[in-house]
Write a protein that binds this ligand. Structure first.
Ligand SMILES: C[S@@+](CC[C@H](N)C(=O)[O-])C[C@H]1O[C@@H](n2cnc3c(N)ncnc32)[C@H](O)[C@@H]1O
Length: 364
């Protein structure tokens, strides 16, 4: 760990300055490439390139149904950025299988291009964030009109791959109580992907989704309607004022505590809403509460940026605590205990490297 030495007295290290020049160049190129990867995802270019043999820019554009001039310029960024390979003699471009496993829809939760979309989403509020740095306060949820759709996409690819196979086995009794028939709530359910998936698979159980966003709740309802699900309802509700008492056997939150304005009120409301002995599954970004323990976390700068420009600021916008996305395991365990949860266990899920799964029980 480095320590601050006082800029005036520390000798100037030329090699360190040179290395940092490379770091900063990487930062600029990384930010730019994130935007281009987001475009590659939205246009379907990565999905297309994963399917075709080495192809010219014109062939890639034709296969993707896109404008060749734009595709050629995009390929320039992809080749120089080390994402796509180029054969100058044949004039062809190739997306190696070793790369497509992180770039295509087929990659499921490993598809990092869905996360690249957050870079431009956060860029939309940059000036408002700068203003908040100067004047305090925050940027409210309604300043992110793309957020819920993007959140549904990025969390959805993880939920589809892991919820039934890896997450349910972490709960007491695994899926058995759901098969038998229990009452389940998902708080901060967003567009309801997790809840609808559970409702479809466990018809004897009853499911309720709560979220503050009418748009997200509308998406959840529409999806349930399309699937003909009759055992799930979606309610527009502030999670800090849940009135349910001893009504649920299982409550879940997926990435929905750290951006709350009043997380303690939400956690104690969840404890009250559970029947004695009921289970709470709290999924939160994997991190330590201590900055120096996050140095090796592969996506730590991304998390802190998401936090500053979304999770923390939306909480502060409503006069909230501003826990931030990187509130970390130690603080989460402390707050869960404070809300009255016992037997808290922090679990990992193999196909989800970015979250910790806290399984807790309301005291019986
Ligand atoms: C990071 S998103 C996670 C959404 C969803 N669980 C998922 O994984 O896709 C957090 C969610 O909490 C909701 N939320 C924030 N504050 C809330 C509050 N006070 N009451 C209810 N929902 C809230 C937001 O609208 C958003 O849908």
């Amino acid at each position: 760990m480095t320590t601050s030495q006082g800029a005036a007295t520390a000798p100037f290290d030329k090699a360190k300055a040179k290395a940092f020049m490379a770091t900063m160049t990487g930062v600029m190129n990384g930010g730019a490439l994130a935007l281009m990867c987001s475009i590659g995802h939205k246009t379907g270019l990565f999905d297309t390139m994963a399917q075709v043999p080495p192809s010219t820019a014109a062939e890639v554009a034709a296969a993707a149904g896109l404008d060749e001039r734009y595709v050629r310029e995009w390929l320039g960024a992809m080749v120089t950025g080390g994402v796509v390979e180029h054969d100058p003699d044949a004039g062809t471009y190739r997306l190696p299988a070793e790369h497509s496993g992180l770039l295509t829809r087929a990659a499921g939760p490993l598809n990092l291009t869905t996360f690249c979309q957050y870079v431009s989403l956060l860029g939309e509020v940059e000036d408002e964030i700068v203003d908040a740095f100067r004047n305090g306060g925050g940027v409210p949820y309604d300043r992110y009109p793309r957020f819920h759709r993007l959140m549904a996409e990025s969390s959805g690819q993880r939920i589809d791959r892991t919820l039934l196979s890896e997450v349910l086995p972490l709960l007491p009794g695994g899926a058995e109580p759901l098969v038998a028939g229990i009452d389940v709530a998902d708080v901060g359910c967003g567009s309801g992907r997790a809840l609808n998936l559970l409702a479809a698979n466990f018809p004897a159980s009853r499911f309720t989704g709560y979220d503050l966003s009418e748009a997200a709740i509308g998406t959840g309802r529409a999806q349930a309607g399309e699937e003909g699900l009759t055992n799930v309802e979606f309610v527009v509700q502030d999670a800090a004022t849940l009135s349910a008492e001893a009504s649920f056997d299982l409550v879940t939150t997926f990435d929905a505590i750290h951006d709350q304005a009043f997380p303690d009120a939400v956690l104690s409301g969840i404890a009250r809403a559970l029947r004695p002995g009921g289970t709470y599954l709290c999924v939160e970004p994997k991190a330590s509460s201590h900055l120096h323990e996050n140095l090796e976390l592969p996506m730590a700068p991304f998390f802190y940026t998401m936090s500053t420009m979304h999770c923390m600021t939306v909480s502060l916008a409503y006069g909230g605590e501003g826990l931030g996305a990187v509130w970390g395991r130690q603080l989460a365990e402390e707050r869960l205990a404070k809300a009255g949860f016992v037997d808290v266990v922090a679990e990992d899920v193999r196909e989800d490297r970015t979250n910790t799964y806290f399984v807790a029980r309301r005291a019986g």
